[in-house]
Design a protein around this ligand. Structure first.
Ligand code: IGP
Length: 261
């Protein structure tokens, strides 16, 4: 069984348990349900740099990235750096994240927040909303076309932006539909952890222009972004490169300064 299958199998169990713990009616009572969301897609369209900075403690591919930081400092640091949005891993078992991390990030900055999660159930979209997200991720590798349609339409009804992630041509063709806002190409194969920016380059021309194109993973320098921009990418999701330092915000500030030169 590959790691993605393992994660989704565990996720189904986790979500079933969560549903019993916190009923939908309670999620809907969150004050954050009334909060007007901020569109990451709009921010990216208007930005010259397009950085989406991630909070990521560890990952199945790298084990520990950073265990000592607190979410509040990271969120404020990213906001001060001038990023377009922040991604918050909420998976606990494989990434060391939580919905509390999302809530803390929400309380610490005004950036659009992406709930970085393995979404397999509409219940998780209600959680995203209740804990302060503005954007949700849908991963084509673990969803059918019907699920992508149902989840993205439900997200739109909650005023959440949708980032759909693909890794190959087949996933892309399966997924294209009007209820998506952004198309993300993951440079990392989630089944093998292999990383190559060539994935973003080769899929770019097959992504219709109505979607904001986002390149995800393995971006470790400004040069990578400069080579991806001519392929139409307006968003760049960066985790490890910022998180592996003692001060991700300062690191992001310097990165964005270099990018603007
Ligand atoms: O740390 P990196 O290589 O900069 O990658 C960030 C982000 O793209 C990565 O965390 C990611 C992309 N898609 C995902 C899906 C699930 C979990 C994590 C991810």
């Amino acid at each position: 069984m590959n790691i993605l299958d393992k994660i989704t199998r565990d996720k189904r169990i986790e979500v079933a348990l969560r549903k019993n713990l916190i009923p939908v009616s309670q999620l809907e009572q969150s004050v954050l349900f009334e909060r007007p969301t901020v569109s990451l897609a709009n921010n990216l369209r208007q930005s010259k740099t397009g950085i989406i900075a991630e909070h990521k403690r560890r990952s199945p591919s790298k084990s520990v990235i950073n265990n000592t930081l607190n979410v509040q400092d990271v969120a404020k640091g990213y906001e001060d750096a001038g990023v377009c949005g922040m991604s918050v891993l909420t998976d606990g078992k494989y990434f060391g994240g939580s919905l509390d991390d999302l809530l803390t990030a929400r309380a610490s900055c005004n950036l659009p927040l992406l709930r970085k999660e393995f979404i397999i159930d509409e219940y998780q979209l209600l959680e995203a909303k209740a804990y302060g997200a503005d954007v949700i991720l849908l991963i084509a590798a673990i969803l059918s076309r019907d699920e992508i349609k149902a989840f993205s339409e439900f997200a739109k009804s909650l005023n959440l932006d949708v980032l759909l992630e693909v890794h190959n041509e087949e996933e892309l063709h399966k997924s294209v539909m009007p209820s998506l806002d952004m198309l993300g190409v993951n440079n990392r194969n989630l089944k093998t952890f292999e990383v190559s920016l060539e994935t973003s380059k080769s899929l770019s021309s097959m992504i219709p222009d109505d979607f904001v194109k986002v390149s995800e993973s393995g971006i470790s320098n400004v040069e990578a972004i400069k080579t991806l921009q001519p392929f139409g990418y307006q968003g760049f999701l960066i985790g490890e490169n910022f998180m592996k330092t003692d001060n991700p915000g300062v690191n992001a500030t310097q990165f964005i300064k270099n990018l603007e030169l």
